[in-house]
Write a protein that binds this ligand. Sequence first.
Ligand code: FAD
Ligand code: UDP
Length: 404
Amino acid sequence: MGRFIDARSPEGGLAVDPSTYDAICVGAGYAGATVARRLAEDGGMRVLVVEMREHIAGNAYDCPDEAGILIHLYGPHIYHTTDERVHEFLSRFTEWDPYEHRVLADIHGTLMPVPFNHASLKLAFGEEEGERLYAKLVAAFGENVKVPILELRASDDPDLARVADYVYENVFLHYTMKQWGQTPDQIDPAVTGRVPVFVGDDDRYFPQATWQGMPHDGYTALFERMLDHERIDVALGQDAREFLEVGEGELLVGGRPYEGIVVYTGPLDELFDCDLGALPYRSLRMDFETLAMDRFQPVATVNYTVSEDFTRITEFKNLTGQKLEGTTTIMREYPRAYERGCGMDPYYAILEPANLELHRRYLERVSGLGNFHPVGRLAEYRYYDMDGVCASALELADELLASA
Ligand code: FAD
Ligand code: UDP
């Protein structure tokens, strides 16, 4: 790490004057750290990264727990991408350990691959009937193809409708109700489309990824290297809203007009005290448990698609490949609605027309400011994976550097 500033000066607030920097990045996740690195390295700018948590890496943060197991504090993060530029950029800051994510669904006690595939079909319907139904799926859609559940449900053929009903009921309905509080038909089709039925034998969660793996020393170490630059300073434990305001047609830092660049990666409504209304998010409670055993479950993640209040259990050693005998840490995810000011984190944007419209109205409020740039999963109100955020941040950096 270059220089971590102690954000808490004796008087409170920042120990440095943010207005003396060429750029301020609010948030030290993928969005903020990527832009910070590019502006410092390729633009020769002095950049201040301000992060309200006590650590860098945003939701990708990982750290050892008391048992010495590397856990992902904000949920299991599996790196996967088809974007060569993103992969090249991130690979400057880490080596990758080979890892292919596989998920099993616990369906009435039987563990079946998800995305639902040829093997799942045989487990659900028996060997012979499963093969017969598989042949019908292949005849209808072809082999090694992905079919979103909502598309499968539209088929008229009674056999295919039977498969669709089974998958809808046993894989999607209850899990989606838990995760979103709504049925699969009520939410944006792209969300369930992330986990299509797979007509084939591939049982990987991200079969389309050109690159997937786990950062060799963890995500936090990746971010330490990304932010380790002589022109980047990082201030932890500091809410940027304490010094940053959107004024009438201009940005104010410490109450005075600021003409440097501001890259903002937090929720947009929070900048305005939600005065147009609060942007809704889904949140999660994550319960960690350390158990005295070598291994709890056969894969990193098991989804509970027909039972339980939690959606999934992740066993971290199965993700990272960490070797530690006689102890393992698991984590259960309990979805809930996000409420401000209650110590929750806004994890998932809820992609409904009214929410997107509200987000657009907040965007409009900042669009006239030439030097304020919202980017990332929160600020763009998007369902981005890590690589999508990094790609968006690299593009923003290109634009900022081109007009510098
Ligand atoms: P964040 O990581 O949220 O970073 C934003 C940062 O800004 C935060 O640290 C926040 O504290 C800070 N901030 C906000 N407001 C302020 C303020 N006013 N002042 C100072 N700081 C502020 N992606 C994958 O590719 N693979 C996965 O397997 C995967 N699993 C996931 C599992 C879960 C449960 C979740 C929630 C997400 C998962 N993701 C996964 C998505 C991934 O976490 C995000 O795409 C990525 O981390 C978003 O980066 P970001 O920089 O946009 O936002
Ligand atoms: N989903 C489901 N059952 C599963 C897996 C996923 O119903 O076993 C649905 C659910 O609506 C979920 C969405 O598909 O929110 C996307 O799943 P993904 O695993 O991509 O979610 P994430 O890892 O981003 O939470």
